[in-house]
Write a protein that binds this ligand. Structure first.
Ligand code: PIN
Length: 497
């Protein structure tokens, strides 16, 4: 998962892209970058870290031009800490056939891939197909669309792409299953017409653009340098199956995705979760409903109303959790949940509390939070999850642990309840969740909800893919624990001195 934005304007775009990236920061905090284009020349700045730390005035001044794009990155496939991989940051593209494509690119297309990143594979395929379509003739939108059709035939996975075609314009397209989100909007500025493409509508709204519509699954839009939008369906049998995790906790609640208000989706999930609560225990056994910040709030609020119990804030989130440094001679201390969340004791004392989280993935946070609620004086601690049990790994770009790390993989609800130490555990029902989100837009064909139902919509995911994914995660983990932490500590020290 990443946040991407592209814009074509009549004035400078560097500040605009920066502002949009800040609105998409929740989609990735690993690295950020901006590329701008002036004439046929491209300018770029990228680095590891959050948007506000990556860009300084001098970097922004070195990004001239009226066309550009940006990304906030969240590591998916590949080595998460390879600096080079922050570079091809135009795409949000976990591919399920990246390995085969890499070989094909080398053997057939004669292109060499330098990094482990799926994005580099994808961008090379796009570049190759665009070059092939435009060989010897002027590149028209029609030829660009022809290239996108060829790309769809070659790659498999979930992808939302924004690419600059030097000297021509901005290309954006979405995978034929509509897994990852992509919207576009426009604004009339004093300098003229402006078109913006982004992962979430909040990036458009927050920068003064009016949402025009979602890019359809399989569709490509090409914005020429005059700001004219050309569009065409480039896939054979597109269907719309947005990723359920966007609605569960990834997207901002003020975004509208594929015609669905994320906030409303969360409220609706609270409604069905309430039904599960009522069928599990008499609401009279619950004194108060408390959300675990942030994204469970709408569900918790709706749930509380439905069961007729008060909704109270019981945990405060520390907004300023910093880096973890290794000090000489000391082991690394893991940041605990307690540093990020603190209980308001008066809300727990002597009460039977129903805690609501958006999901339970590893269960480690839930376990610690249940413990904190008890220490704060709660009599009984019940836990409800607005998402169903997360039983299967994700191959479409959501950073989900391996099967073994998923608490609900191969475990009964009773086992999970015991693990987290709650007095009762209530999960969302997967069909009910799909039904209430779909009720917000009947044009949805379904959802990419493989983590919950084990159905991988692209139909090409094999046991081998899981094995590769798990191996990648393991090697990332090792590195994260070692050299990377040291490097981060050194880097921060230099920045502060
Ligand atoms: C909360 C996001 N949400 C919190 C992500 C923790 C599962 N975890 C999934 C709960 S917010 S665990 O939107 O960032 O505020 O089960 O893996 O421990």
């Amino acid at each position: 998962m990443c946040g991407i934005v592209g814009v074509i304007s009549k004035g400078p775009v560097n500040q605009l892209i920066y502002d949009a990236l800040l609105l998409l920061q929740h989609r990735g905090q690993d690295a950020a970058g901006i590329v701008t284009m002036q004439g046929t020349k491209c300018f770029m700045h990228k680095a590891r870290g959050m948007v506000r730390d990556v860009f300084r005035t001098r970097n922004m001044r070195a990004l001239p031009g009226t066309v550009g794009l940006g990304q906030v990155r969240y590591p998916t496939a590949g080595n998460a800490y390879n600096e080079e991989e922050a570079q091809p940051f135009y795409v949000n593209a976990p591919l399920t056939n990246a390995h085969a494509l890499k070989k094909e690119l080398f053997d057939v297309d004669r292109r060499h891939i330098n990094t482990e990143s799926d994005t580099e594979v994808l961008i090379n395929i796009v570049a190759h197909e665009v070059e092939r379509a435009g060989r010897g003739v002027p590149l028209t939108p029609q030829l660009v669309f022809q290239a996108v059709s060829a790309v769809h035939k070659r790659i498999k996975g979930s992808y939302a792409v924004i690419a600059l075609i030097a000297g021509h314009g901005l290309l954006a397209f979405r995978d034929p299953f509509g897994i990852r989100p992509l919207v576009f909007g426009e604004a009339d500025t004093p300098e003229g017409h402006e078109v913006m493409v982004a992962s979430e509508s909040v990036a458009l709204e927050g920068t003064g653009h009016k949402l025009v519509r979602d890019v359809a699954p399989g569709e490509a839009i090409f914005i020429d340098l005059e700001g004219r939008v050309h569009s065409q369906q480039c896939a054979d049998a597109p269907t719309l199956n947005p990723c359920m995790f966007e609605f569960v906790y990834l997207a901002r609640p003020d975004s509208v995705m594929d015609g669905v208000s994320v906030y409303q989706a969360r409220l609706n999930m609270g409604e069905t979760l309430a039904q599960r609560v009522i069928s599990t225990m008499p609401p009279s056994e619950i004194d108060v409903v408390i959300p675990i910040p942030e994204s469970s709030r709408p569900s918790a609020m709706q749930l509380a109303q439905k069961i007729g119990k008060p909704y109270r804030e019981g945990f405060v989130k520390n907004r300023y959790v910093g880096l973890t440094f290794i000090m000489p001679g000391k082991g690394m201390r893991k940041k605990s949940v307690r540093q990020k969340l603190n209980a308001i004791a008066s809300e727990f004392k002597g009460r039977n509390v129903l805690l609501v989280d958006d999901s339970i993935v590893r269960g480690t946070t839930s376990k610690e939070i249940v413990q904190m609620a008890r220490e704060a004086g709660a009599r009984k601690v019940y836990m409800a999850s607005a998402a169903p049990p997360v039983r299967f790994p994700n191959v479409y770009g959501i950073d989900m642990p391996t099967k073994q790390e998923l608490i609900a993989h191969d475990r009964s609800i009773e086992d999970i309840r015991q693990f987290i130490g709650a007095d009762a555990l209530i999960y969302q029902d997967v069909d009910a969740m799909k039904r209430v989100v779909k009720a917000l837009n009947n044009k949805l064909d379904g959802f990419e909800a493989s983590c919950f139902d084990g159905r991988y919509i692209t139909g090409d995911v094999s046991a081998d893919d899981f094995a590769t994914m798990e191996a990648q995660r393991r090697s990332q983990g090792d590195e994260e624990d070692g050299t990377e932490r040291t490097r981060l500590a050194l880097q921060s020290a230099t920045e502060q001195s």
